[in-house]
Design a protein around this ligand. Sequence first.
Ligand code: FAD
Length: 375
Amino acid sequence: MGKYLMVGAGLSGAVIGRHLAEAGHEVTVVDSRSHVGGNCHTERDPDTGVMVHVYGPHIFHTDDEEVWEYVNAYERFLPYRNRVKATTGGAVYSLPVNLHTINQFFGKTLRPDEARDFIVNEQADTSIDDPQTFEEQAMRFVGRDLYEAFFKGYTMKQWGCHPSELPASILKRLPVRFNYDDNYFFHRFQGMPEHGYTAMVERILDHPAIDVRLQTVFSRNQAGAYDHVFYSGPLDGWFDYELGRLGYRTLDFERFTCDGDYQGCAVMNYGEVGVPYTRITEHKHFAPWENHAGSVCYREFSRACDPGDIPYYPIRQVAEKALLQDYVALAEGAEGVSFVGRLGTYRYLDMDVTIREALDTARGFLGHVQAGTRP
Ligand code: FAD
């Protein structure tokens, strides 16, 4: 029987820990926060009773059947479709840009083929042959009007730089739909946990061989007490930032409450730079099966992440990728530790991908343990 440490009680630490515990090993899970669930953490708002997505809105969506079965084994998922709205230029539209958005924005009644012709022949800037930047990509495929209304301001606020400084790869080839489908995601399985993500993670961690220690900050000198560490904290943090800090964007949330319903939907984006926040989340709409007289909303602001802030989105531009490579080289030489999850691998990972990778990591590790080889 091995003794293993999970640093982080988010999905990565919980899923790997559970798998190893079920295989008969002794697992300790530490997290510096006062709750499990990592960034998916949900809790009831004290004033309104609404279930709040504390670190930003989380919608579960996947095509991975095993992952869908996995999460449903620990929590009932109720149907939920993410339908995002955007306020820009004094009007409200539906996102992702779809036929409704196009017709409303241009004051037309185009059918799908007509809309495609209109965008391709009358809007897109075909003088751009080989788009290099986010801005060129948007101008090339949707044209200036849609770019400025729906992509430019939001992107500037989200990433803190002009879209001409971001790579074209951030924007999909043609980021519009020529039908009235306003479901944000395409995945086969989509839903929301009835009692929130934290309840689900608590159940994953509820195993006699798992010891969860909250408000416990990991430091590397604790690692020696374990046969192996699965580390879902920041990759550069493991190495005490000795090569410098990997860049992140962080988020600030400004909470406010009101009676009744504030905006009529869960997520309202704000496309203009004049509005300092990127979006407002009204949490009650994530649980339409519940009834609440009051409502709680978060205005979301994005900014550069300073030491001590919560790292949210890895920046992964040229400078960060170079630094990441250096840290990856260090990580490859580190013994007795696996770097996992969104912070440990410095990637934006959706929840389903996080769980998939955690399951694969745990299985791969147990394979090594059984074979007596080094992971
Ligand atoms: P985390 O959830 O970050 O957990 C890591 C844990 O490690 C944290 O609790 C942290 O406190 C702890 N920790 C770190 N260092 C230490 C240390 N030294 N000592 C002790 N504890 C430590 N995914 C979706 O599928 N759908 C969505 O709609 C969605 N929305 C998102 C919105 C936002 C704003 C963000 C940032 C992410 C979103 N995601 C979404 C992604 C989702 O949050 C991740 O997939 C998931 O949180 C990854 O889990 P994790 O365990 O790898 O990391």
